[in-house]
Design a protein around this ligand. Structure first.
Ligand code: PMM
Length: 272
């Protein structure tokens, strides 16, 4: 289904709730690694007004090591099926075309790829075939080596140029322009200063001509900023950021908690 037919509100950014079905997720302490816990978390997100539930089975945190294809499918498919049957719009957070395809067959409707098609040469083709929305996120290298590649002379220009390259590859593979969403990849092959520069120049990314998604939730640069580096501190910093992003014309935010971010967006939109 094309993005335009999902019925997302055009009056506020879409809230994409993170559901990492991984034992080692850094931001939720891996609490949602069992089916029941993940399913219940998904239902709570739905109650709280989430627009999209982003299900991921493989940690992409800096330095993390990948899991097998089989393990990824084993983690994500049951939860996708269960949440889709409850009416959730589910996105699959994966770099693998096989996982994307199986997840879509299980009821997911959007593909979220932190490598924008660079990890798996078949990804763009599969997404084109499935004719679903595709989130293409900027990174460099793999999770294991990306921080060593966080070297830029002009991060805003270089990330935008590299995203433009991924747009060209996506369109060439047959993905419809109105199914593309771009994400500058906060924290992926970026140091704190790079993240802030990107967040300060969202116009440059919007000007590429596609909806822009921002995933800053509970990332390390926020914890470092507010001093106390724990989940609560990172969460309050993320809520503040969401409020600041809500009036910047971005398409969506990818966040761990739903209600606080829906509330922050409501406040910011009313102030406007
Ligand atoms: N960040 C993570 C995972 N997937 N997807 C998109 N589109 N954008 C992001 O910023 C992003 C992502 C890593 O964070 P997590 O481990 O908290 O999910």
């Amino acid at each position: 289904m094309p993005l335009s037919q999902f019925g997302f509100s055009s009056n506020r950014p879409v809230v994409m709730g993170i559901l990492n079905v991984t034992p080692d997720s850094f931001a939720d302490g891996g609490r949602f690694d069992s089916f029941d816990a993940a399913f219940n978390r998904g239902l709570t997100m739905l109650d709280e007004g989430v627009d999209i539930i982003d299900v991921g089975g493989e940690s992409t945190r800096p330095g993390s090591i990948g899991i097998t294809q089989e393990e990824e499918l084993h983690r994500v498919l049951p939860i996708i099926e269960a949440l889709a049957s409850k009416g959730a719009v589910v996105s699959i957070d994966t770099k693998r075309s096989i996982t994307a395809k199986e997840a879509l067959a299980a009821g997911a409707r959007i593909v979220n790829d932190v490598s924008a098609g660079l990890s798996d040469p078949k990804m763009l083709e599969v997404v084109a075939e499935m004719a679903c929305p595709y989130i293409a996120m900027h990174t460099r290298g793999e999770s294991s080596d990306m921080q060593s590649r966080a070297v830029y002379s002009d991060v805003v220009k270089e990330v935008a140029d590299e995203l433009r390259g991924r747009v060209a590859a996506s369109l060439a593979a047959g993905i419809a322009a109105d199914n593309l969403i771009l994400d500058p990849g906060i924290g992926f092959a970026k140091e704190a200063d790079h993240n802030w520069q990107i967040l300060n120049h969202l116009e440059t990314f919007k000007a590429i001509g596609f909806p822009v998604l921002i995933g800053a939730s509970r990332k390390r640069f926020l914890g470092n900023l507010v001093g106390a580096d724990n989940t609560d501190a990172r969460e309050s910093a993320t809520i503040a950021l969401t409020a600041l992003l809500a009036n910047q014309g971005i398409w969506g935010v990818r966040v761990h908690s739903v209600k606080p971010h829906r509330d922050a967006i409501a406040v910011a939109r009313s102030m406007r």
